[in-house]
Design a protein around this ligand. Structure first.
Ligand code: TRP
Ligand code: SF4
Length: 404
């Protein structure tokens, strides 16, 4: 497991879709902004992933990349706290993808639920391609190359993280059993000194015989704390602790976003394809216009007709944006025909504007200085690349390519 503490590391990626909307903010970005202070974070633009479905019309890709990163920055992702980069500027992802493809059973990819689903959904494109089949494995490479322990994703991506775990396990199983593994592991235990060796053995037994996960964590911390051990010895010990052979690639965990399902202007999930979005850079006047023209409970034709918030998409926005007092005011006023729909919408407009105004101020700065955005991406890629190269070195060795 090298010297990287996987449990402290977060990786996530997003396809370059251009300007982002409130659905992205509430579903993903807000979470990233929180995580960046708690973990070592890597956030990347999945431009190769975009090509798996858009290979026939890559026009506008560059603009989409920059626009999306401007919105990350606008939303508060901080380049001093998190590394942001573009996937294709870290070509090590591609080499790891290639190497993993050698040992990944075809059936694992064919069985990924999104494979058939997306082919059905995106009927207008030919997705009978090698790249499209392999895209979940590319995602595995994205994750494994950073030895990331946590991957914040939506529910639709959990199967991909699960595949990644299986790939890591298979890799460690195939390549972690170097000749003389057992003896090397025992020798590495001795190198820790008498006291630590004893503690290690107790913890290892507690985990392997009683499944004591706290003991496992203590054991991992113990190994991490051994400054005088070589990298290979540490990897051996990490694997020996769990009994799986040398642990070269770390198994990640999906960090399921506590996703507020952000409703769009029509009450369906907010999505560009439904045309029901408010962009983070939506002109402020248009925010009011869009919300003021939102459909409401169809039973409220006149101001004097009582309504039911449960049948109104505006209420769903109150659930995201309003405090309990305002919510009570809506419930009471709507059901008794005491308030009009325009009055009801006003606090939502104000809340959305208050949320995106500071984002727009930050976005303006970066929009006028795209060189600064590019510099952030270059810096992020350098940091990412340093880490990727380390992992790839271990992988090459494990697969017999150490002479390279
Ligand atoms: N497949 C993801 C999506 O479509 C994007 C992605 C690519 C990703 N690589 C990743 C997400 C690695 C998390 C980790 O949304
Ligand atoms: Fe919807 Fe508010 Fe009008 Fe009721 S008063 S129908 S909740 S907009």
């Amino acid at each position: 497991m090298s010297t990287v503490d996987s449990q402290k590391r977060v990786l996530s990626g997003m396809r370059p879709t251009g300007q982002l909307h409130l659905g992205h903010y509430h579903g993903v970005l807000k979470n990233w902004v929180r995580l960046q202070h708690e973990y070592e974070c890597f956030f990347f633009v999945a431009d190769w992933h975009a090509l798996t479905t858009h290979y026939a019309n890559p026009q506008g890709l560059e603009e989409h990349v920059i626009d999306m990163v401007v919105d990350w920055l606008a939303a508060g992702v901080d380049p001093d706290a998190a590394s942001m980069f573009v996937q294709s500027s870290v070509p090590e992802h591609a080499e790891l993808h290639l190497l993993l493809s050698m040992m990944t059973p075809l059936g694992w990819l064919e069985r990924v639920p999104s494979y058939k689903d997306q082919q059905e959904k995106l009927k207008d494109r030919d997705l009978e391609t090698y790249g499209f089949l392999g895209y979940p494995l590319l995602q595995s490479a994205d994750i494994l190359i950073y030895r990331a322990g946590h991957v914040p994703v939506g529910a639709d991506q959990v199967a991909h993280v699960e595949l990644t775990r299986e790939v890591a396990r298979r890799f460690n199983h195939l390549y972690g059993r170097e000749p003389g593994y057992e003896e090397l592991a025992v020798a590495a235990v001795k190198k820790m000194g008498k006291k630590a060796s004893k503690e290690f053995s107790v913890l290892r037994t507690a985990f392997q015989q009683q499944g004591d996960h706290q003991a496992l964590e203590q054991g991992q911390a113990l190994v991490r704390g051994q400054q005088n051990l070589s990298l290979s010895d540490r990897e051996r010990l990490m694997g020996y602790l769990e009994g799986s052979g040398k642990m070269i690639l770390a198994e990640p965990q999906a960090l399921l976003t506590p996703a507020a399902k952000m409703p769009g202007l029509d009450g369906q999930k907010m999505s560009k394809s439904y045309g029901n979005t408010i962009r983070l850079r939506e002109p402020i006047d248009d925010v009011a216009k869009k919300i003021n023209t939102m459909p409401t409970d169809p039973a409220r034709i006149r101001l004097t007709d009582p309504g039911n918030p449960e049948k109104c998409p505006v209420w769903q926005l109150h659930e995201v944006y309003s405090d309990t007092d305002t919510q009570a005011w809506v419930q009471q006023g709507c059901r008794s025909a005491g308030i009009g729909c325009l009055a009801c919408k006003k606090p939502v407009i104000d809340a959305v504007v208050a949320e995106i105004e500071p984002m727009q101020a930050r976005a303006r700065v970066y929009q006028q200085d795209t060189e600064a955005v590019r510099a952030i991406l270059v810096q992020g890629a350098e940091k990412a690349r340093g880490n990727a190269i380390e992992t790839l070195k271990d992988v090459r060795h494990a697969m017999g390519l150490g002479y390279r």
